[in-house]
Design a protein around this ligand. Structure first.
Ligand code: GLC
Length: 481
């Protein structure tokens, strides 16, 4: 049985910041289904509330960091959704609150210590690292000559975790071991993600298209040359969604559950299951009332769910389009948090068009599911999108994505089949795609129906992706790459 330690800084349902938290929940579960012995390791933040979850003491050790010896406790729990074992590393000073760079440098070194001293009496063959937070692990593995392989998965290349090289002193690492670029030495900057890319045995990212895009200057965020240097060792594997878990959220949160419930759900469904047309209509009327929008089933509902992030999520072109839009044609619902000045701009639109625009600047899983269920279309105008889970969840709900032609959006949406893709990153191109979608919704109901049904039929289950990870693990262990 292959043994994998999956190192990550967020994990649903303990703590979730973005899509990575979902991946950390469901990918290990899909791999376990294929027979992998996979365990997750995560800092034990003070914000994590375990409630009635059973805790086991799994060991403790001392870690030299910043010149002092710090005690680290390992608490083992099972993820309550998947039952996958999770090791929570407790040290209130460094791991209590996520603070770059110390939390992550400390976390990475702690993982090395756990393996080199076999604290768990369990040794992985591979450490599967995720994003900048675990970026120093591959380097530390090499420096400490630990017999374990490393994979680094990049979920978003634009977050690299640059930090002062002082962190190397705290780790007692020699600066010459790191690949600091000359200009970075002058600025005394260490780049966590870059170190990870250079030293990992394999690098993966979360869609085949993004794997190609990051080799270019346009998407490479300054690391394109480093990535090109890894030729043949960079792979793109599309993320999935966990259909059973989705079904459970659907029944739990959605007022009128409907036909997309083709997957098994562990919840005992008492509720009536509607067909999608009736279900969507009822959920729309319910949500319109809840959010104070104009009521009626004869107006399409468009939504945006995600971080209010102007650098990635296409907030700027979305705002520009809505400002000019004929809002009697549709309603717009926004859910997410992020950049405050952009939130204010949208809020202003919401106040100006209270009957048509509803802004909800918060993180709310229940409302998110209700929005997916009620909406006809979901807008994903991202400038770049490594994978994106929103479009897959939307399709699960029979909600057609209208998305920019980039990254994982290309790999998961078939233009004019189960969604709409627009080429140029501009408010005009977005507007044209919206108009096309609205035309079909208003004028060509049979075609709209076929598209929704094809969206519901699209299969984004994790199994296919998990198999690809498994074969990479095997090749890495057998040295056949
Ligand atoms: C990041 C990316 C997103 C991806 C997620 C999980 O949040 O921005 O595209 O789906 O990670 O891999």
């Amino acid at each position: 049985m292959i043994k994998i330690l999956f190192a990550v800084w967020e994990l649903d349902p303990f703590i979730k910041v973005g899509g990575l938290g979902d991946v950390a929940r469901s990918l290990p579960a899909a791999l376990a289904d294929l027979g992998v012995d996979i365990r997750v390791v995560l800092p034990y933040y003070k914000a994590i509330r375990l409630g009635r979850i059973k805790k086991n003491f799994a060991g403790e050790f001392k870690l030299d960091y910043g010149g002092t010896l710090e005690k680290v406790e390992i608490i083992e729990v099972a993820n309550p959704i998947t039952m996958i074992p999770v090791y929570l590393l407790r040290n209130d000073k460094y791991l209590g609150v996520a603070h770059h760079p110390d939390t992550f440098a400390f976390f990475d070194k702690a993982i090395i210590k756990i393996i080199s001293e076999n604290v768990l009496s369990w040794l992985p063959e591979i450490i599967h690292c995720n994003d900048l937070h675990t970026g120093l692990i591959p380097l530390l593995v090499r420096e400490n000559k630990i017999g374990v392989k490393t994979i680094l998965t990049i979920h978003n290349l634009s977050y690299q975790g640059k930090a002062s090289v002082d962190v190397l002193d705290k780790l007692k690492m020699d600066q010459t071991k790191c690949h600091l670029e000359n200009w970075e030495i002058e600025n005394k900057k260490l780049n966590f993600l870059m170190e990870g890319i250079i030293h990992a045995d394999i690098v993966t990212t979360v869609s085949p298209t993004y794997a190609k895009e990051i080799m270019t200057e346009e998407f490479g965020c300054g690391l394109e040359e480093v990535l090109r240097g890894k030729e043949g060792r960079v792979f793109g594997i599309l993320n999935g969604i966990d259909n059973n878990w989705r079904s459970n959220s659907h029944t739990r949160y959605v007022k009128y559950p409907y036909m997309s419930l083709k997957y098994k759900t562990s919840e005992n469904i008492q509720a009536k299951i509607y067909n999608w047309e009736e279900g969507k209509m009822k959920n729309k009327l319910y949500l319109q009332k809840k959010l104070g929008l104009k009521k009626g089933s004869s107006i399409p509902m468009l939504s945006f769910i995600g971080r209010i992030d102007p650098n990635q999520k296409g907030i700027d072109i979305l705002h520009k389009m809505v400002r000019k839009a004929n809002l009697s044609e549709y309603e717009l619902v926004i859910l997410g948090t992020g950049n405050q000045s952009w939130e204010e701009r949208f809020q202003w639109l919401g106040q100006f068009y209270p009957d048509n625009v509803s802004c909800n600047f918060k993180f709310d899983e229940k409302l998110a599911n209700q929005i997916y269920a009620a909406s006809d279309f979901i807008l994903i105008p991202s400038k770049f999108e490594p994978c994106g889970l929103i479009q897959m969840i939307a399709m699960f709900y029979g909600t057609l994505p209208i998305a920019h032609k980039t990254g994982g959006l290309i790999d998961s949406i078939k233009n004019n089949v189960n969604g709409f893709i627009f080429d140029n990153y501009s408010s005009e191109a977005l507007e044209n795609a919206v108009q096309k979608a609205l035309f079909i919704w208003y004028q060509d109901k049979p075609r709209y129906k076929t598209m929704v049904e094809s969206a519901i039929e699209s299969d984004f289950s994790w199994r296919v992706s998990a198999k690809q990870y498994l074969s990479l693990y095997q090749e890495l262990i057998n040295n056949t790459l």
